[in-house]
Design a protein around this ligand. Structure first.
Ligand SMILES: *Cc1c(COP(=O)(O)O)cnc(C)c1O
Length: 367
């Protein structure tokens, strides 16, 4: 029965497997019969939500019998001011994932090609294949995007290129000069999406804010999210900034009311108060230092990361280490589905959470 239904799905969808999220704490505790587990698996903000956003969300609850503002007027005004763009350059999404999906849905035909890198974010193949298009996966260079290989992969059928900067799960990042040169060199029939979900964490001096390039490059879309440093992953809200022409097309495929009223209110409040993001970034800076020092002491290699997570290399399939971490109540993220079977990705947590991960790992490496 199930196989018959699957045969009814489009060929692209038949070739997909569902996105694998990090294991919820409750599920692990149930499976292993333990309590007090910690989750360092989904790159969430370990400080929790911004208190002001939480208050705004609570206030907004009294109005949930009404449809949300389908145009997100107030939030767009705030975002426009923050980024120095016009509101008509902004597309709001139910998470920034929404924007990536709109791009594929609005611009990509089955005989088009979509380019992204090996070890890049798992959503790119999903939205590409769901559109029935061909995914062109370029080889990574030092775990990161190889822009020369990506440029060489462009042909007349190419319609969209996904670039994660910094990339998840590897944490690798592209510098301003090389990325702008790449975008400048693209033919006019190719759109490029720069997915900057970890923008706030990337403090490297040459790391670009590609929103500033929106006016120069009409085929560029930058996506950002409230899910990561802003600590609102559960509310599902993100956005794209592009030329008004691209935003206008994206809005044609955007389902009405795709962003809920609670999320709109919380996001606007979170933007008005930058201290929470600053604290998250400071916690990340300290946690990165804490983790990388401990990993080096244990003789473990890792990929230097500009995000709030690190991929650790166990030099052999990492399943057993993952299992042993879970038994000690520490949830990290296996990345075998990203073509990285020897790595495990750990999200930078609070100092005591990082400590628990390190202690659990030390115990495992000793045994
Ligand atoms: C988490 C993440 C997203 C954002 O997802 P949302 O839909 O905004 O929650 C986008 N891109 C990458 C690379 C991510 O890791």
């Amino acid at each position: 029965m199930a196989t018959d239904i699957l045969r009814l799905a489009t060929p692209g969808v038949q070739g997909l497997s569902p996105y694998q999220p990090g294991k919820p704490i409750e599920e692990l505790e149930r499976e292993y019969g333990i309590c007090g587990a910690i989750k360092l698996a989904s790159n969430e903000n370990p400080l929790g939500p911004n208190p002001r956003a939480l208050a705004a969300a609570r206030d907004a609850l009294t109005g949930i019998h009404r449809y949300p503002d389908g145009n997100g007027f107030a939030l767009k005004q705030t975002l426009a001011k923050k980024h120095g763009v016009k509101p008509d350059c902004i597309t709001l999404g139910n998470g920034s994932s929404d924007i990536l999906e709109f791009l594929a849905r609005a611009f990509v035909l089955p005989d088009n090609e979509v380019i992204f890198s090996e070890h890049a974010f798992a959503l790119y193949p999903i939205v590409t294949r769901a559109a029935g298009a061909k995914a062109v996966v370029t080889k990574a260079k030092g775990w990161g995007h190889d822009l020369s290989a990506m440029r060489r992969a462009v042909n007349v059928r190419t319609r969209l290129i996904f670039i994660a900067n910094p990339n998840n799960p590897t944490g690798t990042w592209l510098k301003s000069d090389e990325l702008e040169e790449f975008i400048r060199g693209l033919p006019a029939h190719v759109l490029v999406a720069v997915d900057a979900a970890y923008f706030e964490y990337a403090e490297e001096r040459e790391y670009p804010d590609t929103i500033r390039w929106a006016e120069k490059y009409p085929n560029l879309v930058t996506t950002r999210t409230f899910s990561k440093a802003y600590g609102l992953a559960g509310l599902r809200i993100g956005y794209g900034i592009s030329s008004p022409a691209v935003a206008e097309v994206l809005n044609r495929v955007r389902p009405p009311f795709n962003v809920n009223s609670v999320a709109l209110a919380a996001a606007a409040a979170a933007l008005e108060d930058t201290t929470h993001v600053e604290r998250a970034v400071q916690n990340n800076r300290d946690g990165m230092r804490q983790l990388s020092k401990a990993l080096t002491e244990m003789g473990l290699a890792y990929i230097p990361s500009a995000g709030n997570f690190i991929c650790v290399d166990f030099r052999k399939p990492a399943e057993a280490v993952n299992e042993a971490l879970m038994r000690q109540g520490v949830i990290v993220r296996p990345v075998a589905n990203y073509g990285m079977p020897n790595h495990l990705r750990v999200t930078v947590g609070l100092p005591e959470e990082n400590r628990r991960y390190i202690d659990a790992l030390r115990k495992i490496m000793r045994d």
